[in-house]
Write a protein that binds this ligand. Structure first.
Ligand code: OXD
Ligand code: MN
Length: 580
């Protein structure tokens, strides 16, 4: 979609009426200036320069601490094109609403114009976006999360295409908060929130919602997936793309310290949240990470659970809504050290240890990906990395085995489309209820998911050698509510089995739900598991699956005639086999 950048910026200036317009060039000097301004007005606090050099703490408005799905809209001309998975408004109504909100909203403020690239510089798969914002915190965060400035303008000069995103903090009132996507126009409008996914428009808004829509028209996929390389003892690296629902450990998996390191199995990080997947000239799937940084959940991250992330964030990072120690270091629940006396909570008040967390449960670190000690040497390869396996992850305490291989691509699409996760106390609503989250894209698919499933099926036909598809679940529990599988660095044992399958090795048993590993085909040497834990975590639970398939069928029902027949057929096949 050819669009003129200067005219769009002019329109935005006329609408929002900023005092000043500042074009971002992406330089280190510019970053320093943004930081200097925020230190001066108190919106950033400098952390201990000896232990966290060039790191800062930002506290967001307490009413603005998470993505707000209920205020997020996908505005297609035809309501059905947005699907039951999205909130919908007509594009005209949306633009009218947004124009009212934005009118004069930047008076007295600086408008930052941020040209950025999603994807490596020089990659045929990369795309340009331009975010206009009145938040210097957003401008600084975009410096970390994307490639900002001159490089992006250069690509725009060649492509003549960009995805515009207009953002304003407004007064941060939840009553005037709205995040609107117009996929047919490829544009984004976001008002009233300064929080990550709502405000850093390159991430969920562009790289997933708008990009998934573009991808369907252009023949590729934009997915909520980490990308990792698994090195074997011969030094060969096999790449996988792995989807997990939000806050289910994607960053931990992408940066895993392998417990089989001594045997020569190690992990290389390419990305921790988003994958853009394209078919190359040889008919193989290739992935790029469109992002340049990590926007990771802080609580629970420690030298125990994710030492690589801890090292990644120890310089040049912005922390949001974490607690602050008297020695000006960040702290959060699960940090791995006891809370020090004099700790300030995420509001900046002395923490009373009265049952309320010191750090907000959704507090974050924003760090450059290049600082990750195990970043893959191909993470910025313009051609991306070849994907040999796609893994769909569930977070389920029962029914779903540790790992299952799909029979074929169609069955793999069914595994992805029927993914579910149990809700946790961190989310509103009942706890422990299974919420279906197909391909972990439920909050991020920019069009009707029925069409999305059909499109996934069509990708399989276009691939000469489709990646193998798997489903994993690290979270299955025993009758006493204890995890059956240790998780974290031990998950390498499951990835190793996946690698065996990619190489036509590894033993399986065929069951109605897919191919399951034989217990002896998972390397458990040196692992102390309770008796039968491996059998239990791998077990096919016929009774549980009878309930599961009914639930999946009920979920699919809402897509009515947009649900591809192949998926109805998969449900039928499974039902028949379960009743045998
Ligand atoms: C994220 C999310 O921030 O999925 O990555 O919510
Ligand atoms: Mn995510």
């Amino acid at each position: 979609m050819t669009r003129d950048l200067q005219s769009w910026v002019k329109e935005c200036v006329e609408l929002a009426q900023p005092e000043k317009v500042s074009w971002c060039d992406g330089s280190a000097t510019e970053y320093k200036e943004l930081v200097r301004g925020m230190l001066k007005d108190g919106s950033l606090i400098e952390l201990n320069p000896a232990t966290y050099p060039n790191c800062f703490l930002h506290r967001s408005n307490p009413n603005d601490v998470a993505r707000t799905e209920q205020l997020t809209f996908v505005c297609t001309t035809n309501k059905d094109d947005a699907g039951p998975n999205n909130n919908w408004m007509s594009p005209d109504a949306a633009k009218q609403k947004m124009k009212l909100l934005f009118r004069g909203s930047m008076r007295g403020r600086t408008m930052y114009v941020i040209p950025y690239i999603m994807g490596p510089v020089g990659s045929p798969y990369s795309k340009v976006g331009v975010e206009i914002t009145d938040s210097p915190y957003v401008a600084a965060s975009m410096h970390i999360m994307t490639r900002v400035g001159t490089v992006a303008l250069d690509q725009y000069t060649r492509d003549r295409e960009f995805v515009p995103g207009l953002h304003s903090l407004g007064d941060c009132s939840p009553d005037r908060r709205l995040i609107v996507h117009l996929p047919e126009e490829r544009s984004i409008w976001s008002f009233g929130s300064g929080y990550g996914g709502n405000a850093l428009l390159g991430k969920k808004c562009f790289a997933l919602r708008i990009a998934s829509f573009m991808a369907r028209h252009e023949g590729w996929l934009a997915e909520h997936m980490l990308i990792m390389g698994l090195e074997d003892p011969s030094g060969e690296v096999t790449y996988m793309a792995v989807a997990f629902p939000s806050a289910s450990g994607k960053t931990n998996l992408a940066m895993m310290v392998s417990s089989l390191g001594e045997k020569g199995y190690k992990v290389w990080t390419v990305g921790d949240d988003i994958a853009w997947l394209s078919i190359d000239s040889e008919g193989r799937l290739r992935a790029i990470n469109p992002e340049a940084g990590f926007f990771g959940v802080a609580p629970g991250t420690s030298h125990e659970t994710n030492p690589i992330a801890m090292h990644t964030m120890e310089k040049n990072s912005i922390f949001t809504n974490v607690a602050l120690t008297p020695s000006k270091e960040p702290w959060w629940e699960g940090f791995g050290t006891p809370p020090p006396a004099g700790l300030l909570d995420w509001h900046g008040k002395t923490w009373m240890n009265d049952g309320k967390p010191a750090a907000h449960p959704n507090s974050r670190f924003t760090s450059p990906a290049r600082q990750c000690p195990i970043i893959s040497r191909h993470w910025e390869d313009p051609q991306g990395v070849p994907i040999s396996a796609i893994v769909f992850g569930s977070r389920r305490s029962d029914t779903i085995p540790l790992v299952t291989q799909a029979f074929n691509w169609e069955h793999g699409v069914f595994l992805g489309a029927s993914m579910g996760a149990e809700t946790t106390a961190a989310a509103t609503g009942a706890v422990g209820v299974v919420r279906r989250d197909p391909m972990a894209m439920r909050p991020f698919c920019g069009y009707n998911m029925g069409d999305y499933f059909s499109y996934w099926l069509s990708m399989g036909k276009r691939l000469k050698k489709p990646p193998l598809v798997f489903r994993v679940n690290w979270f299955r529990k025993d009758g006493n509510g204890k995890f059956l599988w240790p998780g974290y660095g031990e998950n390498i044992r499951v990835l190793r089995w996946i690698l065996d399958r990619v190489r036509d090795k590894g033993k399986v048993v065929r069951t109605p739900i897919g191919l399951l590993p034989t217990p002896d085909s998972i390397d458990t040497a040196g692992l102390s598991l309770k008796p039968n834990a491996l059998q239990d975590v791998l077990a096919f639970d016929r009774i549980g699956w009878k309930k599961e398939v009914d639930d999946i069928e009920g979920f699919f029902h809402q897509f009515s005639e947009r649900l591809p027949v192949e998926l109805s057929q998969e449900v039928l096949n499974l039902k028949n086999q379960l009743s045998d």
